[in-house]
Design a protein around this ligand. Structure first.
Ligand SMILES: *Cc1c(COP(=O)(O)O)cnc(C)c1O
Length: 358
């Protein structure tokens, strides 16, 4: 069997570990940037009524036409721009990579950054270059990025704006410099758009190589798996050719359209999460030995005393709280944990468990 696998499977795939999702049974789940709020009962009833009309014997609308109209209106996507739907934004990263991958034309992003960029580059057979962020505040190292762009000539650049797992938002002028210097496509990944007041969406069209990617996951619909790419129509039409037919299923299309027609529910939840984020940040700032990094997302990255991240992570878990342990993932994050902002009582439980662990 091992011989067979050696002959069968690409070495870079054999060397990978399967993407691990930790078991959160019985724990307060603050590890995956999920919105902690469920929908009011009345709306859930209405949503189920909408699903009643769905015919599962038929393939979904291949373009998701009705959902597109609602998305455009709800998100303010410029009429002149194209729109591409994905099974989560992860699928859009994959489609973009598949559309441009060629020998010698790689992908560039920053480290620490969103892990799926690197993974998908590997799946697509693309070289990946991660330019380190500046230690201290995780801002862009613009000179290093410009040098890397000139040297590597990447066909695809991903910048998460704000960034995961650091939580900060990069300087907009530095992002512009990168868009202008990049020889290929630049995808500004705005997964955390609900939690910041800054976006490149209104600036689409200023540069021919800019596209903006978003997802409904962090906004409160992680279970649906719906992401979208907005940008110049000619570019999106090419990327669209790599899409598997019917990539967004009919339940997702109907549910997302329903949810976005009640956008005010999600917006109210976003306001609660933002308010809790500042409360939690203030509390964490007052805790000796802990340094929270400023965040424009629905999570907070924190630095804990040197060498203790894994021990504190385990202690939090014993205290009933699951966060993300970043020790061992990236040199700049050796002493870091990432906590998703939850409901007030969840954040209180996390804070109490952290205090006793420290
Ligand atoms: C969570 C996340 C995504 C992936 O979102 P899905 O739409 O759920 O696939 C993409 N980019 C960043 C930066 C994220 O943090």
């Amino acid at each position: 069997m091992p011989k067979l696998l050696e002959r069968l499977i690409r070495p870079e795939i054999r060397n990978l570990d399967t993407y691990q999702v930790p078991d959160a049974t019985g724990l307060i789940k603050l590890d995956a940037m999920e919105n902690p709020y469920i929908w009011p009962e009345g709306l859930r009833h209405e949503w189920l009524e909408a699903l009643r009309a769905v015919h599962l014997n038929r393939y979904p609308d291949p373009q998701g036409s009705e959902l597109r109209v609602v998305l455009r209106a709800s998100m303010g996507i410029p009429d002149t721009m194209g729109l591409l739907l994905g099974n989560g934004s992860d699928e859009l990263i994959q489609m973009s990579a598949l559309a441009v991958a060629q020998p010698g034309r790689g992908m560039l992003s920053v480290d620490p950054g969103f892990v799926m960029y690197r993974m998908i580059a590997l799946f697509a057979g693309m070289e990946y270059v991660g330019v380190p962020l500046l230690a201290g505040d995780f801002s862009l190292d613009l000179p290093a990025l410009l040098t890397a762009l000139a040297r590597e000539q990447p066909v695809l650049v991903f910048l998460a704006y704000p960034n995961n797992p650091t939580g900060n938002r990069f300087d907009a002028d530095a992002v512009v410099r990168i868009i202008e210097a990049a020889p290929g496509l630049v995808v500004v990944d705005e997964a955390y758009a609900p939690f910041t007041d800054h976006s490149f969406l209104p600036r689409l069209g200023e540069w021919p190589n800019l596209v903006v990617m978003r997802t409904l996951s962090k906004m409160g619909l992680a279970g649906l798996r719906l992401g979208y790419l907005a940008g110049p129509t000619e570019i999106l039409a090419e990327i669209d050719k790599t899409r598997l037919p019917y990539n967004t299923d009919v339940l997702t299309q109907v549910s997302a359209a329903f949810a976005l027609r009640h956008r005010e529910v999600l917006d109210e939840q976003t306001r609660w999460i933002r308010a809790e984020r500042s409360r939690l940040f203030t509390d964490l700032s007052g805790l000796d030995g802990v340094y929270p990094y400023p965040s424009e997302t629905n999570f907070i990255l924190l630095r804990v005393p040197a060498g203790r991240a894994s021990e504190i992570f385990e202690s939090l878990k014993r205290g009933g709280v699951l966060v993300k342990n970043l020790a061992g993932t990236q040199p700049l994050l050796e002493d870091c944990l990432r906590v998703t902002v939850g409901r007030p009582e969840e954040n209180d439980a996390f804070f109490a468990a952290l205090e006793s662990a420290i």
